[in-house]
Every structure is written in C-alpha cells, then in structure tokens.
Design a protein around this ligand. Structure first.
Ligand code: ZN
Length: 74
C-alpha cells in the first residue's frame, strides 16, 4: 500500500508542476514556430555591405542594417 508522506506529496506536486510547465512550453513553442514561419517570411532583408540577414518589420526604404548601420535598398 502506498503511504502518503511528505516526500511522496512533494514528488507528486513536483512532477505535476513540471508536466504543466513542459506542456505549456511545448504548446507555445510549436504554435509559435508555425505562426512565425508564415508571418515573418516577407520581412527578411539582407545587407548589401556586410551580408547580415535580419528582420525588418517596419519595411522602411532605405533599410538600416542593425549590424553595420548602413542604409541600403531592400
Ligand atoms: Zn550591414
């Protein structure tokens, strides 16, 4: 027969809380990857001078490279 002492209650509570955290993390990670892949596809820019690839959500013309801070056309 299983005895519910403090260690057993602590272990069950720890396992349940870790399962909840892991489940929430997996849910948001998998959902975020699907949304991010389709949403960010049109925002990729590549700097002509240093070759840095970055996301430009503002769609400015000319673009400002975050690495070398030079302006270039999209
Ligand atoms: Zn650059």
């Amino acid at each position: 027969m299983f005895i519910w002492d403090f260690n057993a209650i602590f272990a069950v509570a720890l396992i349940l809380s870790l399962a909840i955290v892991l489940g929430v993390w997996m849910f948001y990670t998998l959902r975020g990857e699907q949304d991010r892949g389709t949403r960010d596809a049109g925002y990729f820019r590549q700097c002509r001078y240093c070759g840095h690839v970055y996301l430009d959500y503002w769609m400015r013309d000319p673009c400002l490279c975050p690495r070398c801070l030079s302006y270039h056309d999209p």
